[in-house]
Ligand binder design. Sequence first.
Ligand code: F3S
Length: 79
Amino acid sequence: AKYTWVEKDTCIACGACGATAPDIYDYDDEGIAEVIYKSDCNHGNTEIPESLYDDLDDASDGCPTDSIKIADEPFNKEG
Ligand code: F3S
Protein backbone atom coordinates (compact mmCIF):
# COMPACT_ATOMS: atom_id res chain seq x y z
CA ALA A 1 0.00 0.00 0.00
CA LYS A 2 1.07 3.56 -0.56
CA TYR A 3 0.22 6.75 1.27
CA THR A 4 1.20 10.32 0.61
CA TRP A 5 1.47 13.52 2.58
CA VAL A 6 2.63 17.05 1.78
CA GLU A 7 5.10 18.70 4.12
CA LYS A 8 3.46 22.11 3.94
CA ASP A 9 6.28 23.83 5.86
CA THR A 10 8.65 23.28 2.95
CA CYS A 11 6.19 23.59 0.03
CA ILE A 12 6.85 26.80 -1.92
CA ALA A 13 3.53 26.70 -3.79
CA CYS A 14 5.22 25.97 -7.09
CA GLY A 15 2.08 24.29 -8.35
CA ALA A 16 3.63 21.27 -10.02
CA CYS A 17 2.05 18.50 -8.00
CA GLY A 18 -1.57 19.50 -8.55
CA ALA A 19 -0.91 19.81 -12.27
CA THR A 20 0.75 16.39 -12.37
CA ALA A 21 -1.61 14.53 -10.03
CA PRO A 22 -4.86 16.51 -9.75
CA ASP A 23 -6.71 13.56 -8.21
CA ILE A 24 -4.29 13.50 -5.29
CA TYR A 25 -3.11 17.08 -4.65
CA ASP A 26 -4.78 20.45 -4.55
CA TYR A 27 -3.90 23.77 -2.94
CA ASP A 28 -5.07 25.70 0.10
CA ASP A 29 -5.89 29.42 0.06
CA GLU A 30 -2.18 30.29 0.08
CA GLY A 31 -1.39 27.95 -2.79
CA ILE A 32 0.32 25.47 -0.52
CA ALA A 33 -0.30 21.88 -1.60
CA GLU A 34 -2.21 19.27 0.36
CA VAL A 35 -3.50 15.76 -0.18
CA ILE A 36 -7.17 15.90 -1.15
CA TYR A 37 -7.67 12.32 -2.34
CA LYS A 38 -10.94 11.00 -0.86
CA SER A 39 -11.02 13.99 1.49
CA ASP A 40 -7.75 12.98 3.14
CA CYS A 41 -7.26 16.60 4.32
CA ASN A 42 -3.49 16.05 4.25
CA HIS A 43 -3.53 13.53 7.07
CA GLY A 44 -1.70 11.08 4.85
CA ASN A 45 -4.00 8.26 5.89
CA THR A 46 -5.84 7.49 2.66
CA GLU A 47 -4.52 4.54 0.67
CA ILE A 48 -3.64 5.59 -2.87
CA PRO A 49 -4.79 3.07 -5.50
CA GLU A 50 -2.32 1.50 -7.90
CA SER A 51 -3.95 3.30 -10.80
CA LEU A 52 -2.51 6.53 -9.38
CA TYR A 53 1.01 5.29 -8.58
CA ASP A 54 2.46 6.84 -11.74
CA ASP A 55 0.95 10.20 -10.87
CA LEU A 56 2.25 9.82 -7.34
CA ASP A 57 5.81 9.15 -8.48
CA ASP A 58 5.74 11.92 -11.09
CA ALA A 59 4.53 14.43 -8.51
CA SER A 60 7.17 13.35 -6.03
CA ASP A 61 9.93 13.51 -8.64
CA GLY A 62 8.74 16.91 -9.84
CA CYS A 63 8.57 18.70 -6.52
CA PRO A 64 11.54 21.10 -6.30
CA THR A 65 11.59 21.04 -2.49
CA ASP A 66 10.95 17.32 -1.87
CA SER A 67 7.76 18.20 -0.01
CA ILE A 68 5.78 15.29 -1.47
CA LYS A 69 6.23 12.40 0.91
CA ILE A 70 5.35 8.79 0.07
CA ALA A 71 5.36 5.85 2.46
CA ASP A 72 4.06 2.29 2.81
CA GLU A 73 2.15 3.13 5.97
CA PRO A 74 -0.24 5.91 6.98
CA PHE A 75 1.39 9.18 8.06
CA ASN A 76 -1.19 10.04 10.76
CA LYS A 77 -0.45 13.75 10.43
CA GLU A 78 -2.54 16.60 11.77
CA GLY A 79 -3.15 17.85 8.23
FE1 F3S B 1 4.55 22.51 -3.18
FE2 F3S B 1 6.14 20.75 -4.25
FE3 F3S B 1 3.60 20.77 -4.86
S1 F3S B 1 6.63 22.88 -3.80
S2 F3S B 1 3.01 22.91 -4.74
S3 F3S B 1 4.46 20.32 -2.88
S4 F3S B 1 5.28 20.34 -6.24
